[in-house]
Design a protein around this ligand. Structure first.
Ligand code: NAD
Length: 260
């Protein structure tokens, strides 16, 4: 379905981004990965996912908190694969503290990585998408783009912000073949959430299993994690022809979290 297209997925050396990159490769898209840490393992996993289509993969290690890095990454994608047809803004970090105690540098980093980076990638990807009259921008927001939780001021502000950016980008391109939508997961057991489970277990002196059970029980009625594979399939749907007129939605996959 996506053969000949190129996808760039930010923050895709781990977790949800890697799951989405694999799902897009399975549909035949070439993929530019981004993110910190080992790139060889993720590159091999995405190459393997797209083996039937002979997809090409590359990695750029741009720091999503730096506009100049993002510009270099977008230029790299264009020179390596010709154009970015599918942009997935996924890179994100978390920090947990009350507003009055929230470290200013953590606030700035979360807003830069979780929100401002998507503005930069979007503004840089749009001209070629508009010229081709086809493009898909998928913003990995969160259920925290729709509702709040205590201790997560920067994250919730950034995620509400990216839902807003999604709507405006969708509206500005509404008469074209370029769509923009957001995905809003509930809990997904990635390193980002494992840190929160570990912190809960340590703070309460409880086991990892009990901390996981409590974490899900507090917010997620299904008592189940959403998986990167399921989120990957939602991204594939947004890229399909069936989603040509899906514009500006914030689609939660959250086990009923936001339905409460
Ligand atoms: P993760 O920690 O597994 O992966 C984060 C990725 O972002 C990694 O590849 C990391 O290297 C990269 N990254 C971090 N800082 C970066 C930077 N400055 N520049 C470039 N890359 C950077 O996290 P995840 O859980 O897969 O989260 C991915 C996205 O999904 C985030 O935007 C997160 O907010 C969102 N999300 C996660 C959950 C969840 O429960 N895990 C729920 C809702 C939304």
């Amino acid at each position: 379905m996506l053969k000949g297209k190129t996808a760039l997925v930010t923050g895709s050396t781990s977790g949800i981004g890697l799951g989405i990159a694999q799902a897009l490769a399975r549909q035949g898209a070439n993929v530019v990965l981004n993110g910190f840490g080992d790139a060889e393992g993720p590159l091999a996993a995405v190459r393997e996912a797209g083996k039937a289509h002979g997809v090409r993969v590359a990695h750029h290690g741009a720091d999503m908190s730096k506009a100049a890095d993002i510009e270099a990454m977008m230029a790299f994608a264009a020179t390596t694969f010709g154009r970015v047809d599918i942009l997935v803004n996924n890179a994100g970090i978390q920090h947990v503290a009350a507003v009055q105690d929230f470290p200013v540098d953590k606030w700035d980093a979360i807003i830069a990585i979780n929100l401002t980076s998507a503005f930069h990638t979007t503004r840089l990807a749009l001209p070629a998408m508009q010229q081709a009259n086809w493009g898909r921008i998928i913003n990995v927001a969160s259920v925290h783009g729709l509702v709040g939780s205590a201790q997560k001021s920067a994250y919730v502000a950034a995620k509400h912000g990216i839902v807003g950016l999604t709507k405006v980008t969708a509206l500005e391109n509404a008469t074209s073949g370029v769509t923009c939508n957001a995905i809003c997961p509930g809990w997904v057991l990635t390193p980002l959430v494992q840190k929160q489970v570990d912190a809960k277990a340590a703070a309460q002196g409880i086991s990892n299993e009990e901390a996981t059970r409590q974490l899900l029980g507090e917010k997620e009625p299904s008592l189940q994690f959403t998986t990167p594979e399921e989120l990957g399939e939602l991204a594939v749907f947004f890229c399909s022809a069936a989603a040509n007129n899906v514009r500006g939605v914030a689609w939660n996959m959250d086990g009923g979290w936001a339905a409460q």
